[in-house]
Design a protein around this ligand. Sequence first.
Ligand code: SAM
Ligand code: SF4
Ligand code: SF4
Length: 378
Amino acid sequence: MAERVIPLYDQRAAALPAPRPSAPVAPDGRLLDRLQRPLRDLRISVTDRCNFRCSYCMPKEVFGKDYPYLPHADLLTFEEITRLARIFLAHGVRKIRLTGGEPLLRKHIERLIEMLAALRTVDGTPPELTLTTNGSLLARKARALRDAGLQRVTVSLDGLDDAVFQRMNDVGFPVAEVLDGIAAAQAAGLAPIKVNMVVKRGTNDDQIVPMARHFRGSGIVLRFIEYMDVGSSNGWCMDEVLPSAEVLARLQQAFALVPLEPGSPGETAERWGYAGADGRHDPALGEVGFISSVTQAFCRDCNRARLSTEGCLYLCLFAERGYDLRALLRGGASDAEIAASLAAIWGQRADRYSEIRATLPPETRRAARRIEMSYIGG
Ligand code: SAM
Ligand code: SF4
Ligand code: SF4
């Protein structure tokens, strides 16, 4: 088979300077973008490194042993992350998700969690604090994460069959260790736990029903994610996307499911509950979710901002450029100046890539120099 060669463009060098408005801004938690969307959810990537090489995210051909990861001095420090998070919360953020790369690879992550857990939203409540992980280090770390103030975890797991899962993670990591991590997270009270499964047609779609059967009635919410054209290195093509509607149809052949209301505004997943003998949702059996970024865009409610490992702010998962907040932090800007800059950046946001994807000519989509997901997190 011919080797797939995927050129990698390093967007990390292409950050835009963060605007420096002359008038300071006192955040009131009511920031809106150009499409009237509030800022509610901040995803913070704490490392660009990972111990997996999922083909849809960090394919081995690109992220080989010579890949130039960010040097440590380029990473935001915990103090810098916490300072920015405080300003984001003042602008209305309620939920903070740590991600990566693999966030549990960042040394002393518990310390950062403690610092973030001590912050408050504009309502005076602690922010919802969660983390997305591949689960490989969770068995060892779940208790310490909980003790530090983490509330929940989302664990990524793409199948129950070892051969399939190892083909997906491409480093030979066994399913059993991720399941041990999930059990440890449950025992530590990091609930409700969600499990994310990226579905690639022809690679792991035979795992849809076994995964559902495994997690049904466990208190864990399994979510099926459509394989997305994030980044520029995964060689995405539509043929490998299994639309959520097809995933649902396969599940309905095995289980009775009923549609559920969205949990919260801006929620990315469409929810379906397992029905009991009376045909109504049985909460004891739980639910599944569908994240259908490719076939059913949810940009209209998108209230998420993403902070990269080195402090660039991205307004969309499919963005090509971010705003360099680290330069503000390290250039002596005051909190009020940073708040004003964030207000200016969010105020001009009009991103809605998933809604317009289908209207873009294929050559434009292919040429896009989008930021890698491992750099800004999912
Ligand atoms: N390493 C952690 C993990 O895998 O959970 C956190 C970072 S990972 C980038 C966050 C999420 O993005 C994971 O659930 C992963 O499955 C998902 N993801 C990565 N690339 C994707 C793609 N091309 N399409 C859909 N989801 C993707
Ligand atoms: Fe690593 Fe997560 Fe990307 Fe897989 S999806 S390569 S675990 S960052
Ligand atoms: Fe939000 Fe961009 Fe995803 Fe649309 S495509 S939901 S704007 S991150």
